[in-house]
Design a protein around this ligand. Structure first.
Ligand SMILES: [Zn+2]
Length: 724
């Protein structure tokens, strides 16, 4: 994705499509081991450690190999869903879902009904299995007739969802069952989630207000799309507007600016690019204002004091004041560390431009100075390290990790004609040593022209317990954008950023695959964003853990294991200016939070933005720039951007407290699975975290801040030791 200033943030807004529920369209799209490392590494079955399953598979993969068209044999249907052997199948699936839901709805009102939460979950499952599929098809490069059919199916389901959401009789029945304490703790928890979804959709409103609610919702969706679209807008600038000094370097009439950051040697040009990318855009400011106004009205209509209150309901830090305190505490704690990052950058800048009289570091210098730090100080060279990270080796690495921790193996499965949408897609079964196959992951790994450029996680089918006691197996799509090797003699090689992305998305995929919830509504990644981003961020720690990386990072030509010294340098690259990067991220969470607090705000947006930056960050606010107008996460996260940093604190604590000592310990892996991964949203976020850390009291903001600052401090120490 494009690098703009904010995108130290990963933009993998993980896609949790139609909330599992009948209810809402939710876009956004989880004991210390005593065993020694030696012990656990031996536990990995020899076959896994020596397996080159994926290395062999991917060795021969290149765009050339895809030219062989998909088989012309009779299609078994996408994802082996028979009806989807033709696009028309979507219509059949949607109509069938409608019919089944009607019957299930009748059951809700019958005197001999099952527990109402069971019926609601079945309705939700019927809808989601079609709607999630349709949403996936809308996002992937597939024959247009499928996309069209998916679009139509979506329309049918949208209508059905609307009907269910506004069925007051159904809501009253569900509410009564909840109040009577129907079922056990899990039933109650999931039933409550359904009730919350009903209420968020304004079920308690009178007819007039409900119509108002629906109108606001439509308006908001429209504004969100426009804001997102404009945030990605590029600017064509006539050369004559460029600073005179650099103008002669360009022969074209215009230049295109599609990012805030240029790595150009000339500071004038870097500043020009930054200022122009973040220039004032009255239309976008107007859209932002409209969006925030409507969101505020919607929240008020549903009985919340602000949009933040509504968005944070049921999350880990579930009140705006908790989030404010957390963000402020973390900002104060990392300030001296970020200041140190900037000092170091200043030294670097002075050394590059000795004649420039110590001109201060500016925001437009950051990405260039980082790049120089990596290439000149750490001597990181892509050609040197990527041969150790072929795609196959990384996939073998994932297999080693999951096998060691969870006793599962990723096995490549043959696909039937018509089952996959592109010849490069591979299907993996996740096979547990005693439980058998627990889920399926379709990996769509390679960048393609018509594929959406974001990395995401699509659920196709969620885990849930079936009537006969068996499990509906989760099926997910792991969707990343790795540029394929174009040389048939060289496998696809990954940069560290790509390895991180791959591991991150596998964190989501395993969260879904290892889910063992009674209800699909709360399965795997179908939980609050702050919880959903924990397993994925936890997985990123493995990318820089030498004891693990050495098990899989082998040179694709020589088979040589990656040298220690290179690994150390790679570890430093990840964290060279981590404090400053974190500060930028927290600043974004702060203005996202502030913008959603009330309407109208006490000051204009640019004033709020600039005073936050001035108060908390190590670099000054640059006057007449408006980066918040490019911050499209305002749309997808809306008052919850803090969840990303909250998840990071927890992932850091999980890693450092529990995995660091012995990263591949089966005992720790099992603990993580049994107390966290398998529960999805079926446990309250606080309970989940409490069990994970065996806490009797709540995890406090202090704990969370300490986790992240300790980690940054340690990395700074390692970095600074280079300069002794
Ligand atoms: Zn994610």
């Amino acid at each position: 994705m494009q690098k703009i200033i904010f995108d130290s943030i990963r933009s993998r807004v993980q896609k949790q499509i139609l909330s599992s529920s009948i209810i809402a369209y939710r876009y956004s799209h989880t004991k210390q081991s005593n065993s020694s490392i030696v012990h656990d590494f031996n536990v990995i079955s020899t076959s896994i450690r020596n397996s080159n399953l994926f290395s062999n598979h991917f060795h021969k993969i290149s765009p050339l190999s895809w030219l062989k068209t998909l088989s012309k044999e009779k299609s078994v249907g996408l994802f082996q869903i028979n009806d989807l052997s033709t696009p028309n199948g979507f219509h059949i699936l949607a109509e069938r879902a409608v019919q089944k839901c009607e019957l299930l709805l009748d059951e809700c009102f019958s005197s001999s009904r099952r527990k109402i939460v069971e019926i609601l979950d079945e309705i939700s499952d019927e809808i989601c299995r079609v709607a999630d599929l349709a949403e996936f098809i809308r996002n992937v490069d597939i024959d247009f007739s499928y996309k069209q059919a998916a679009e139509q199916a979506y329309g049918i389901l949208h209508h059905l969802v609307e009907k269910m959401n506004t069925n007051t009789k159904l809501y009253e029945h569900a509410k009564q069952a909840y109040e009577l304490g129907e079922g056990d703790e899990t039933d109650q928890r999931v039933l409550k989630l359904y009730l919350i979804d009903f209420e968020r959709c304004g079920i308690r409103l009178n007819e007039q207000n409900r119509l108002k609610y629906l109108q606001l919702n439509d308006d908001i969706l429209h504004l969100e799309n426009q804001f997102r679209h404009n945030a990605h807008r590029e600017y064509k600038i006539p050369i004559k507007e460029l600073p005179e000094k650099v103008r002669m370097r360009f022969h074209e009439k215009t230049i295109t600016i599609n990012s805030a950051h240029s790595n150009d040697d000339d500071e004038n040009l870097r500043e020009f690019v930054f200022r122009n990318y973040f220039r004032f855009d009255p239309e976008q400011e107007q859209l932002l204002d409209e969006l925030l106004r409507k969101r505020y009205q919607l929240a008020k209509l549903c009985g919340y004091p602000s949009y933040s209150h509504r968005a944070l309901d049921n999350t880990l830090l579930n009140k705006p004041e908790y989030v404010s305190n957390y963000l402020e505490e973390i900002m104060n704690a990392i300030r001296p560390l970020a200041d140190r990052d900037i000092q170091l950058m200043q030294i670097l800048k002075n050394s590059l431009h000795p004649q420039s009289n110590n001109q201060s570091v500016s925001p437009w210098d950051i990405s260039r100075l980082e790049a120089i730090f990596k290439s000149e100080i750490l001597k990181i060279n892509i050609q040197e390290y990527t041969p150790y990270f072929s795609l196959g080796a990384c996939m073998d690495g994932l297999n080693i990790i999951f096998n060691s921790l969870f006793n599962v193996t990723l096995n490549k499965q043959a696909t039937a004609p018509g089952e996959i949408w592109h010849p490069s897609v591979i299907k993996l079964s996740v096979d547990h040593v005693t439980e058998g196959t627990v889920g399926y992951i379709y990996c769509d790994l390679f960048e393609r022209k018509d594929k959406i450029p974001h990395d995401c996680h699509f659920t196709i089918q969620c885990s849930r317990r079936l009537k006969n006691g068996s499990w509906q197996l989760p099926i997910v799509v792991l969707h990343v954008n790795i540029p394929p090797s174009i040389d048939p003699n060289v496998p696809t090689l990954l940069t560290l950023g790509l390895v991180e992305n791959l591991f991150h998305e596998f964190g989501h995929a395993m969260h879904s695959a290892l889910a063992r919830t009674r209800y699909q509504h709360a399965s795997g990644t179908r939980c609050q964003t702050d919880i959903a981003e924990i397993p994925s961020q936890w997985m990123e720690y493995f990318v820089y853990e030498p004891r693990v990386v050495k098990l899989f990072a082998r040179h694709y030509l020589t088979g040589q294991i990656i040298p220690d010294e290179l690994l150390q340098r790679l570890h430093l690259t990840q964290n060279c200016f981590q404090a400053y990067r974190t500060q930028v991220q927290v600043a974004c969470a702060m203005f996202d939070h502030a913008f959603h607090s009330q309407y109208p705000l006490s000051q204009p947006y640019d004033k709020i933005y600039s005073s936050l930056l001035t108060k908390y960050t190590s670099l000054p606010y640059i006057s007449s720039t408006y980066p918040y107008l490019k911050f499209y996460h305002l749309v997808d996260y809306g008052a919850r951007f803090s969840s990303y940093i909250i998840a990071r604190s927890i992932a850091s604590k999980i890693w450092n407290d529990q995995f660091l000592k012995d990263p591949l310990s089966k005992t720790t892996g099992e603990h993580f699975r049994k107390n966290f991964l398998q529960w999805g949203g079926e446990r309250e976020p606080n309970e989940l975290i409490g069990n994970m850390f065996s806490l009797t009291n709540k995890l406090t903001i202090d704990h969370m801040t300490k986790a992240i600052t300790d980690e940054i401090k340690e990395n700074i120490q390692k970095r600074d030791s280079l300069f002794k």
